[in-house]
Design a protein around this ligand. Structure first.
Ligand SMILES: [Zn+2]
Ligand SMILES: [Zn+2]
Length: 255
């Protein structure tokens, strides 16, 4: 498996950090986990066209995670030569179908798939759930952020390797359970220790979750600008002593 960070940032416009997004190569497929604004251009920077993306996965419907769904669908209908024919899987928490239908109601037929099929797979938001892709699966658990929030664990069936994405969340034991002994925990750390905010984690909480999960490597991400001026590592290290990385756009990791 390979992870490419397309966006380590948030709702705050930033040259350094695009809004949330992660490209995952697994079992011969390419997944995009969240697609905040700017994701399409980031993928172009890394020579990944929309036609190469088999599966869009969403942790929740905040704009900094989902805004580029609209340009993705528009480009899949009009922006490709030859036109897209391969199916598109969309995986997200229950309620995403209504969100997608609302987008399509605004944009009309411009967003309707043409020449390819879109399959939506809604995951439970009240307990663990899973969707079996070809050669990989996506396992989910509900997070504490908004009603439809889920964390997503992508597992490669043949190797047993996995990457777990927190999405946005406050502290919850559900995340460590989902990330149990995962190879890579991609965990939000939106705020520095000194400035906690509702709906998000601070470094000590990310450290507690990483330690409880037994993850092999922890990758912190989703940094609001104060994180780039703060010491995230010292408070985190009081709880977790394993391998630790801080995300930057363009970071690639082989799992
Ligand atoms: Zn959010
Ligand atoms: Zn967010």
């Amino acid at each position: 498996m390979e992870l490419l960070v397309t966006g380590s940032g948030t709702a705050v416009p930033s040259v350094r950090r695009c809004a949330a997004g992660y490209s995952v190569a697994v079992a011969g497929r390419r997944l995009q986990i969240d697609s905040g604004p700017g994701t399409m251009r980031q993928l172009a920077r890394f020579s990944i066209g929309p036609e190469q993306v088999d599966c869009l996965c969403y942790t929740h419907t905040h704009p900094d995670h989902v805004a580029d769904l609209v340009p993705f669908l528009f480009a899949s209908r009009y922006g490709q030569e030859p036109p897209r024919t391969r199916g598109l899987e969309v995986v997200a928490g229950r309620g995403f179908g209504a969100f997608l239908a609302a987008q399509q109601a605004v944009y009309g037929h411009w967003l309707e798939p043409e020449g390819f099929e879109l399959h939506l797979h809604e995951l439970a938001t009240d307990g663990e759930d899973r969707w079996e892709g070809g050669g990989f699966r996506v396992v989910s658990r509900p997070m504490r952020h908004i009603e439809t929030s889920v964390a997503l664990r992508v597992e490669e069936v043949a190797t047993g390797r996995s990457i777990c994405f927190s999405g946005d969340t406050e502290y919850t034991d559900e995340l460590a359970r989902l990330a149990d002994h995962t190879d890579l925990l991609v965990c939000e750390c939106a705020n520095p220790e000194e400035a906690p905010g509702p709906g998000h984690l601070i470094p000590s909480q990310a450290g507690r979750i990483a330690a409880a999960s037994g993850c092999k490597t922890l990758l912190l991400t989703h940094f609001y600008p104060p994180c780039d001026e703060a010491d995230l590592i010292t408070p985190l290290r009081r709880h977790y002593d394993g391998p630790l990385l801080l995300a930057e756009d363009g970071l690639r990791l082989v799992v």
